[in-house]
Design a protein around this ligand. Structure first.
Ligand SMILES: C[S@@+](CC[C@H](N)C(=O)[O-])C[C@H]1O[C@@H](n2cnc3c(N)ncnc32)[C@H](O)[C@@H]1O
Length: 275
């Protein structure tokens, strides 16, 4: 069959090519906009509502973190407003209780989605390392804090029946991948409450002790018995108060404690320890 290649058809083909390119460019642009949207650089929330529903301006620091944490999260997911408020408040309490100082090198073991880095970064720590077994949480944290070059998020494929049931590393063999005495301070917020056995907790305390410098500080939280019923469930691990004290004082001086007086889910026993 004869091919019709008239000037008209050439023009038509050219228009079609152009529209395909335009469509491709449009898709690229949509991709870029979505990327910017995901990176929270396009729109930034600058208003919130107060308790009586009135719209009020929010400060740019808060707005930045609200945007970053509004992306869907896996693992220990947390609402953006809560992530920001709790992290800022906790960092203030940590600082008041002598846990860390500006320019500290900081370890967050069981870092979840990295929410506790918010307050610490705003206070001006020198370096933050988060270690976490949920891969998606580590990926979320890496994206969310990608412009904070002092942050590092490490994935260790540790087994945990609740958070990472297919993990291949036995927690009894967990090693913090840093040299002895690398860190000034560490937190293990709501970590020992999910480790299941005393053996694992003791191994973790030993590893944290090794990775901290002399005088280094640790904040950790526990469910103690009493007032809670003993449990080796990874969803809510509860140990005898006497065992927690024996284990902790094997490695650290416990210099401050509070909380954990009831069996309410969020009422954890908070220990401040020094090496
Ligand atoms: C309740 S969340 C707390 C997360 C974070 N610390 C926070 O306060 O937002 C407990 C975290 O510990 C992590 N985790 C569970 N088993 C662990 C293990 N064996 N070693 C280290 N982290 C673990 C979980 O994946 C989860 O992110």
């Amino acid at each position: 069959m004869k091919t019709l290649d008239t000037p008209f058809l050439k023009k038509l083909r050219c228009i079609c090519d152009m529209s395909t390119s335009c469509a491709a460019l449009t898709l690229i642009n949509i991709g870029e906009i979505r990327y910017m949207f995901n990176r929270k650089t396009l729109f930034r929330r600058n208003k919130t509502t107060n308790s009586s529903g009135k719209s009020i301006p929010i400060d740019p620091v808060k707005s930045k973190w609200l945007d970053r944490f509004s992306e869907p999260q896996t693992g220990h997911a947390i609402d953006a407003e809560q992530a920001y408020n709790q992290s800022m408040e906790e960092a203030k309490v940590f600082s008041e209780n002598g846990l860390f100082q500006k320019n500290d090198v900081f370890l967050d073991l069981g870092s979840g989605n990295g929410r506790q880095a918010i307050g610490l970064l705003e206070y001006g720590i020198k370096k933050y390392v988060g270690i976490e077994p949920v891969k998606e949480s580590v990926e979320f944290s890496r994206r969310t804090f990608s412009d904070y070059l002092q942050c590092e998020f490490i994935w260790l494929n540790l087994k945990n029946d609740q958070y990472n049931p297919t993990g291949t590393i036995n927690p009894l063999e967990m090693r913090i991948p840093f040299e002895d005495g690398y860190f000034d301070a560490a937190i293990a917020g709501s970590l020992f409450t999910h480790l299941g056995s005393l053996d694992v907790c003791e191994h973790y305390l030993g590893e944290i002790h090794r990775a901290l410098k002399t005088g280094g500080r640790l904040f950790c939280t526990w469910f103690r018995n009493p007032p809670n019923a003993l449990s080796d469930d990874h969803k809510r691990s509860v140990f005898k108060e006497a065992d927690i004290i024996t284990m902790s004082t094997k490695y650290f001086t416990v210099y401050h404690t509070y909380g954990g007086m009831s069996d309410q889910f969020h009422d954890q026993w908070c220990l401040y320890c020094r090496k």
